[in-house]
Design a binder for this molecule. Structure first.
Ligand code: UGA
Length: 442
């Protein structure tokens, strides 16, 4: 990628996952980036090259562009060098289901009166937040401060790639210099651009996540019906996905979606609709289906093992998806608690998420490999589709287990290979071997 020299310096407020990837991505495009965070320890670590999150390619990018990335706890550094200040602070859910915007409002309050600066909102916020912030600026005598909504669509685990090769860039603004400047910033990526008003841009973000979550809950319900009827959801998804209008992505049935975004954003959109007087019926079901899906493994285990009291259950993977150590809303949290409530003993292995998991999960015995998890286990449950689990020597696994049940919570393993090793394989929405019709040749 070429590194133009005439790129304008920018500020990024918040060096969490979104902020850091955005900063490193723009540094790769040639921008100097002033990264600001109130967490002194984090900034000190970043100055010394310590990356606080595990994200493929991020550490390399930060290292390569150390000369362009400036880390500070002082907002004045960003205000001095940059006119565009990206906001990438957390907006976690509250008990009411609304997003907690206190960090966003602290940033807004810290801005000085200025005619040459703009806030560019990356944090996921409810529709109407931009309008509120503009009103606050006016009330505080800072009406010259511009505002742009520029939602992010990064996926954890492939965030660097998603930044550099986006499906689209969405920019919501008032048609002023700030919007033009953000368009210019993204121009080298040559992605389709949706330039629109601020509220529509805010809604694109929430609606996209809610739609993807709906797609997952839909295929999970199809999987549950497949289990009742003998169809195979993997085949069904393949047949559906070839329809251009449906598409093959996000049709993998499993034990539910997790992460820092889908559960939060679906709830936030439902809540936003409710606050505006509209009952978003579909989203209630999307959330409920997902909660039930996380528990479906229990019935499968009980069917195979009888009572779970005293049984040794091994979890393969804990993170909410592979290539991340993020444990937020991970299905493993619900599953490990349910298993222990049913009297089972739980052991688990995750290639990178153990440290995060230890903070959230109690009573689980952490192992250092999948083979250790299998040793003496009555059943294994694949929770996260880490590639290394597909490479397991299932004959060795079968020999070391006390029982022979393998529940594949992500339909990720090669079912025949697992069965050939003498194990009783069961996926999600897939018929058991005995019920399957003989394979047909074309
Ligand atoms: C999601 C969106 O995909 C991003 O576009 C968005 O920017 C991000 O949220 C955000 O708002 O910040 P992410 O949470 O990183 O990204 O993870 P996904 O890859 O979307 O997966 C979410 C969950 O859905 C995972 O638990 C995954 O296992 C599950 N999933 C995904 C399925 O169960 N089935 C599928 O077919 C796909």
């Amino acid at each position: 990628m070429s590194h133009p020299t005439n790129r304008e310096p920018i500020g990024v407020i918040g060096t969490g996952y979104v902020g850091l990837v955005t900063a490193a991505g723009f540094a790769e495009l040639g921008n100097d980036v002033w990264c600001i965070d109130i967490d002194e320890a984090k900034i000190e670590g970043l100055k010394q090259g310590r990356i606080p999150i595990w994200e493929p390619g991020l550490a390399e990018l930060v290292e390569r562009h150390r000369g362009r990335l400036h880390f500070s706890t002082d907002l004045a550094d960003a205000l001095e060098h940059a006119r565009l200040l990206f906001v990438a602070v957390g907006t976690p859910p509250t008990y009411s289901g609304d997003a907690d915007l206190s960090a966003v409002h602290s940033v807004v309050a810290a801005m000085p009166a200025s005619d040459r600066h703009a806030l560019v909102m990356k944090s996921t916020v409810p529709v109407g937040t931009g309008a509120t912030i503009k009103r606050v600026f006016e009330e505080q005598g800072k009406a010259g401060f511009r505002y742009v909504s520029c939602p992010e669509f990064l996926k954890e685990g492939s965030a660097v790639k998603d930044f550099l090769q986006p499906d689209r860039v969405v920019i919501g603004d008032d048609g002023d210099w700030a919007g033009d400047a953000v368009v210019d910033l993204y121009a080298p990526l040559e992605a389709p651009l949706v330039r629109t008003d601020i509220k529509s841009a805010e809604m694109v973000k929430l609606a996209s996540n809610a739609f993807l979550a709906t797609k997952i809950s839909f295929i999970n319900e199809i999987a549950n019906v497949c289990e009742e009827t003998g169809a195979d959801v993997v085949e069904v998804a393949r047949g559906m996905g070839l329809d251009d209008r449906i598409g093959p992505k996000f049709l993998q049935a499993g034990i539910g979606f997790g992460g820092s975004c889908f559960p939060k954003d679906v709830t936030a959109l439902k809540q936003l609709a409710g606050n505006s007087g509209y009952h978003f019926q579909l989203l209630n079901s999307v959330i409920e289906v997902n909660e039930l899906q996380k528990r479906r493994v229990m019935a499968k285990l009980e069917k195979n093992l009888g009572s779970l009291v005293g049984k040794e259950i091994g979890l393969l993977g804990l993170a909410f998806k592979p290539n991340t150590d993020d444990m937020r809303e991970a299905s493993s949290l619900v599953l490990s608690a349910r298993l222990q409530a049913a009297g089972a003993r739980v052991r688990a292995y995750d290639p990178v998420a153990e440290d995060e998991a230890r903070k959230l999960i109690g009573g689980v015995e952490f192992k250092t490999s999948a083979a250790e998890v299998a040793d003496g286990a009555d059943a294994l449950v694949l929770v996260t589709e880490w590639p290394e689990f597909a490479e397991l020597d299932f004959s060795a696994v079968a020999a070391s287990m006390r029982g022979n049940t393998v529940i594949d919570g992500r339909n990720f393993l090669d079912a025949e290979k697992v069965r050939d090793a003498g194990l009783a394989y069961e996926g999600i929405g897939r018929p058991a071997l005995k019920d399957r019709e003989p394979a047909r040749t074309a």
